[in-house]
Design a protein around this ligand. Structure first.
Ligand code: FES
Length: 95
């Protein structure tokens, strides 16, 4: 059987975004060399917001950009060591 490169009359590259994101793959969202130590940025991936931050070890981390306590945007917080601190009540999160 041959793999089809056409879905419903359109080339497959035009239909790829219609199938959604696959959480088992890597997707580029930000340039790693532009994320400075202890910096936090917000990125949008598909329909989700993520808070990216570089921790004290120099590792890049990604968390959902909503505190599980009250939904406050975590990208507004600060990095303490390897954790991202919620700007509202100060709970700390890591991966
Ligand atoms: S809202 Fe984030 S710790 Fe309470």
């Amino acid at each position: 059987m041959e793999a089809s490169t056409v879905l419903k009359g359109q080339p497959i590259y035009r239909r790829a975004r219609a199938v959604g994101i696959n959480p088992n793959y890597w997707y580029p969202v930000f340039w790693a060399d532009q994320l400075k130590p202890e910096e936090v940025v917000s990125v949008r991936v598909w329909e989700s917001s993520l808070a990216l931050y570089r921790d004290a070890n120099g590792d890049v981390n990604a968390l959902a950009d909503a505190c599980p306590h009250k939904g406050v945007e975590l990208h507004q917080g600060e990095v303490h060591g390897n954790n991202l601190v919620c700007p509202y009540h100060g709970w700390e999160f890591d991966q």
